[in-house]
Structure formats: structure tokens, C-alpha cells
Design a protein around this ligand. Structure first.
Ligand code: CP
Ligand code: NVA
Length: 343
């Protein structure tokens, strides 16, 4: 059962496959990779979300858009949402997914990443990777003639951020001028949210403990994007100050996959950054709570917050499906098939 109908004001009389913004993005993105949100222009981020809303509204229209297309997913880390959203997403558009569990054999160990790429491109139409090292993804992309998608690396989680801002558009009707606050570790999810928010005109405030702030390269790029899009990026160390006046408060685990050896050290450092009712009371009364999931309940967020009526975490999870379908359509040229079918 799909959640609320989209409220995004891109609903217009123009069918999405004829929308000039979506067509421009489709022309530029076909055959390209998505390693980072920084690979996308502001217009392309908007186009992905516009298409995502349409895919959500009218899934049957896309039933054959990727007929017989083959997707391989090679994951070095566990996944529920990302894997299932990609697999169900391509299956419901006529394609097929092949999952390769790399959790006990990291990519590049048995043979070079370049050689893996030169094999995969002979069989499949798109390569979806979840890795530790971000370089594994960029190296695969550099050596593959078919699109490579980042399904999470230690540096970024672009598919997550696209779905999250699609969810905000749905909830608020827009993202420009929204006050978006991220509290917690300056990690992969935080990086992609900063870039996406900046491309969509949202004011992004990030509160992290000292020593856990986002990467300076991401901050610099996000600030350049924010300047171009009329919004700002703020970095703070006080989570309560960061939550003041927020429209959305977002958090993620304090210990990402691969960082488990730091759990004991991190626990006391991140305790003041827990999103609880006291912290949410600083945000606007209409503020939503967001989390990429999986959540460590009682650690970065309390049950009272994640289970409250203000929590939109399962809408975010659902929108992983629609946003990732939109991304696949654009990277694999699926809108061309749509036109052929409608002729
Ligand atoms: N949010 C997210 O990426 O979830 P999974 O790790 O379950 O894919
Ligand atoms: N930051 C988390 C996100 C999981 C979806 C991790 O990398 O483990």
C-alpha cells in the first residue's frame, strides 16, 4: 500500500515523459554513473524527483520501461531497503536483478576492479555497488561502459538522499527555503543530504560532535551549490541550537557499518546528540522527524520520537523504491521505451 499521494507542485498538465526538464535530464544522464550527488546538477536532482513522483503515482505506465534490462547488485555490506528497492524497482519495470553477496569477499580482492567492470559490462545494463571504499565505486565507473550506481559507500549515500528529499517535497509541497537539520555523525548519509539539500534550495544545518564533522570537500561543494541556489549550509556543535526552527530533524546511527570497533568510544560522545522529545521541542511544531534506517532505538533516537505522528521514516523507506526507479529510468534510457510503447 503506497503512502499519501504526492503533494509535489510539479503535478502539471504536461505528461512527465514530455516534460522538458525531465527530457533534458534523460538526455544528459543516459549511460552515465551516479557515484555522488555532486555528479548531478540542480535541474537533474529536480528531474529525478519529478519522475519519482510520477512513477509513484502511475507505476503501471512504467511496467515495460526497462523490459529485459539486467541489473547486478554487488554489496560488501548488509542491506534491507536499498537492495529490496532496487530489486523490486527493476522487476516492476520489466527488468531483472542479480544479487552478488560480497560481504565476505570485498571487490578487488579476487581480481582487479577494472577487470570485474570489463566482465560485467558484457552481461548487464547497470551495476549497483555498496562498498566500504568510495574509490571502489569510482574505479568501477571509470572502467565500465554501463552505468554504475552508488548504493552506499563510506563517503556517500546518494540514493537515500534523493528519496529523502522526495519525501520532504511530498510532505511540505516544496523544499526551497525549508530548514533541514541533521544531528549526529558527519557521515555518508549526512554528506549526500547536504549536497541534495543545497541543490534543492533547502537551508541545511548540521550538528555533530567536535571531530565528527562532515568532510571539508563536501562542505565546500555544498556551500558553492547553496550559494547558487539561494540557501545556506551551517555547521554547529550544539544539537539544540541546530534544531531551533527546523522543519525537519534528521539523524542516523552514530556507528556506521565498518566502524563497529569504535562503538564504545563513540557512545558517550554522541549521547548529547540523541534526538528525543526535548530536542524535537526546539523545532517548529510542524517539524517532521527523519531517519534513513536502520535505527538503533534508544541510542541516536528515542522510541517516543521515531514512533510519533511527526515521524516520516517509513515514507522515506517507501520512497526509496520510487526514487530509485526514476534514477534507473534516466540512467538506462527508459523514457525512450515509454515513448515507443505509447506510440
Ligand atoms: N537506509 C538504507 O540504506 O537501508 P539499508 O542499509 O537497509 O539498505
Ligand atoms: N551511515 C549508515 C547508513 C546505513 C544506511 C552506514 O553507513 O552504516
Amino acid at each position: 500500500m503506497f503512502s499519501r499521494a504526492t503533494l509535489e507542485p510539479t503535478d502539471s498538465a504536461i505528461p512527465v515523459e514530455k516534460d522538458p526538464d525531465v527530457l533534458a535530464a534523460a538526455a544528459r544522464m543516459a549511460g552515465e554513473d551516479l557515484c555522488s550527488i555532486a555528479d548531478l546538477s540542480s535541474a537533474e536532482v529536480r528531474a529525478i524527483l519529478k519522475l519519482g513522483h510520477d512513477v509513484k503515482r502511475s507505476p503501471a505506465a512504467y511496467r515495460h520501461a526497462l523490459d529485459a534490462r539486467q541489473m547486478v547488485l554487488m554489496f560488501e555490506k548488509a542491506s534491507l531497503r536499498t537492495r529490496l528497492a532496487f530489486e523490486t524497482g527493476i522487476n516492476t519495470m520489466g527488468g531483472n536483478a542479480i544479487f552478488v553477496d560480497q560481504t565476505s569477499s570485498p571487490l578487488g580482492e579476487r581480481e582487479t576492479i577494472a577487470d570485474v567492470a570489463r566482465n560485467l559490462e558484457r552481461w548487464v545494463d547497470v551495476i549497483v555497488l555498496r562498498t566500504y571504499a568510495h574509490d571502489t565505486i569510482t574505479e568501477m565507473a571509470a572502467n565500465s561502459r554501463v552505468p554504475v550506481i552508488n548504493a552506499l559507500s563510506d563517503f556517500e549515500h546518494p540514493c537515500q538522499a534523493l528519496a529523502d528529499f522526495m519525501t520532504l517535497q511530498e510532505h511540505f509541497g516544496h523544499t526551497a527555503g525549508l530548514n533541514f537539520t541533521y544531528v549526529g555523525d558527519g557521515n555518508n548519509v549526512c554528506h549526500s543530504l547536504m549536497l541534495t539539500g543545497a541543490q534543492l534550495g533547502a537551508n541545511v544545518t548540521v550538528a555533530t560532535p567536535r571531530g565528527y564533522s562532515p568532510d571539508i570537500e563536501i562542505v565546500t561543494i555544498a556551500r558553492e551549490m547553496a550559494q547558487a541556489n539561494g540557501c545556506e549550509i551551517r555547521l554547529l556543535q550544539d544539537p539544540h541550537a541546530a534544531a531551533e526552527g527546523a522543519d525537519a530533524v534528521y539523524t542516523d546511527v552514530c556507528v556506521s557499518m565498518g566502524m563497529e570497533h569504535e562503538s564504545t568510544k563513540r557512545a558517550p560522545i554522541f549521547r548529547p546528540f540523541q534526538v528525543n522529545e526535548a530536542l524535537m521541542s526546539k523545532a517548529r511544531p510542524t517539524a517532521v522527524f527523519m531517519h534513513c534506517l536502520p535505527a538503533r532505538r534508544g541510542e541516536e533516537v528515542t522510541d517516543a520520537v521515531i514512533d510519533s505522528p511527526h515521524s516520516i521514516v517509513f515514507d522515506q523507506a517507501e520512497n526509496r523504491l520510487h526514487a530509485q526507479k526514476a534514477l534507473l529510468l534516466l540512467l538506462l534510457g527508459g523514457l525512450e521505451n515509454l515513448k515507443a510503447f505509447s506510440c
